[in-house]
Design a protein around this ligand. Structure first.
Ligand SMILES: *Cc1c(COP(=O)(O)O)cnc(C)c1O
Length: 424
């Protein structure tokens, strides 16, 4: 079932008819996607080395056995509530509402344990790893947020954890490296390749290939070979489920628009899934527009990428005519990735979600506005969602807007100090 497929025919919007788009959305809502091959329409699949196929098949079996098992779900929910701080609040943002001429609500993933939505996924997968009898967990991290969440979740479920991190990132993200050590993780410095996230992913895969039976690979976003994009989405869907019922309780209605930032796409897919079936809710994903539109200046994959294969999955990708993956830039490390999850690629081509981008500058301005008017310091990633929401509110006055505030900005102090200067 999970053989690597050959190179896929390029799929662009124009290849899919209106009837096919409608049918794909229906199948997605009906739970028929991803299909047996792990495809979300033309996207997704499993482009993994032969040596990993048995491990991926075992993961699929584990998902089939546990992910919808009432006992496993009860354990997961209990841990989410008692340990990870769920449900997270929904905050009516009065200051932003006044400033934008809209009714703005914030889904507060910044209040989740370790400071972002990433804990939902890390905890769920750590519990699954334990069930599958893994002896250790392998993860990779760029900015360190996923590494910290994984280290915490592994300590909680009592399983050793190894985190691969590029030498450049280790230097840039020293506080998060320290947090991982404190939480008992072993952090391995990657000196190969670009010595950042991409090299760390390669090293982590290499480790997994050498011990696919004893190790569990804990992937941090809705990307990678099937079944990861599906697994991560299911674990993050709690964001959208909570937000939907909180909107009804607190605002008395569904939002007109739900807006989230998109790196690999896990917090956004988790939020959007609560509203996919609600046709009246406009869904908007905001990518990192960086400092310009040229190659290497941004990481707006859906806005300007083309289909291709990266890290085991066929999706949209920033790469050149020769298939060379482009350098990316964003002021926020969590959005600085040349790929995007396959389900977002599908939602993009069928038009259910609109993808836009916010520049570094717009995100920084939104961050400052949120601090000043709400007393909330958002992560730089989340500030992209705020910036995208602000632009949407300008064109659509008086609407109810739900924003996924994916994490808190304490981790961004070094970057903020650098871009804003030391002037305090
Ligand atoms: C990692 C991260 C992101 C980006 O990851 P997604 O998988 O796209 O959600 C966004 N916000 C925060 C706070 C993060 O830590």
């Amino acid at each position: 079932m999970f053989r690597p497929f050959g190179q896929q025919r390029e799929c662009m919007h124009t290849d899919i008819t209106a009837a096919e788009k409608k049918d794909l959305l229906k199948r997605l809502l009906g739970g028929e996607l991803p299909d047996e091959q792990g495809r979300f329409g033309p996207f997704g699949g499993c482009y993994a080395p032969e040596t990993l196929i048995p491990a991926l098949e075992r993961l699929q079996q584990g998902i089939d056995q546990y992910l919808h098992d009432p006992e496993f779900i009860a354990r997961f929910n209990n841990e989410l509530n008692q340990w990870a701080g769920r449900p997270t609040s929904l905050t009516m943002a009065r200051g932003l509402s006044n400033s934008w001429g809209a009714d703005v609500y914030l889904k507060r993933e910044d209040l989740a344990h370790t400071g972002a939505h990433k804990i939902n996924n890390a905890l769920g997968q750590a519990l699954l790893a334990k069930k599958l009898g893994a002896k250790r967990v392998i993860a990779e991290t760029g900015a360190g947020q996923h590494g910290v969440a994984t280290a915490a979740a592994c300590a909680r479920v009592n399983i050793p954890c190894v985190v691969y991190m590029g030498a450049v990132d280790i230097e840039r993200q020293a506080p998060n490296v320290q947090r991982m050590y404190q939480l008992g993780a072993e952090v391995i410095t990657v000196q190969s390749g670009d010595r950042t996230l991409r090299a760390a992913i390669n090293e982590a895969f290499r480790d997994w290939v050498s011990d696919p039976d004893g190790s569990y690979y804990l992937l941090g976003s809705a990307v990678g070979p099937h079944p990861y994009p599906y697994l991560v989405r299911e674990l993050q869907a709690v964001i959208g489920r909570e937000a939907r019922s909180q909107m009804i309780d607190i605002a008395g209605n569904l939002p007109d628009a739900a807006i989230a930032c998109v790196g690999g796409g896990s917090n956004a897919i988790g939020l959007f899934h609560g509203f996919l079936a609600d046709e009246q809710v406009t869904l908007i994903g905001v990518e990192a527009g960086g400092r310009g539109t040229g190659p290497g200046e941004h990481s707006a994959t859906l806005s300007s990428g083309r289909p291709g294969v990266l890290h085991g999955c066929y999706s949209m990708l920033l790469h050149d005519e020769q298939g060379q993956v482009q350098e990316t830039h964003s002021v926020s490390a969590g959005l600085d990735y040349p790929g995007v999850g396959p389900e977002h690629a599908l939602l993009h081509v069928i038009g259910r979600v609109t993808y836009t981008s916010a520049t570094d500058e717009e995100a920084l301005a939104a961050l400052q506005e949120c601090c000043a008017l709400e007393g909330i310091l958002p992560a730089l990633e989340s500030a992209h969602a705020l910036a995208g929401a602000r632009l949407w509110a300008e064109d659509n006055p008086g609407k109810r807007i739900l924003i996924g505030l994916s994490g808190r900005g304490d981790k961004d102090m070094p970057v903020l100090r650098k871009v804003q200067g030391d002037g305090t």
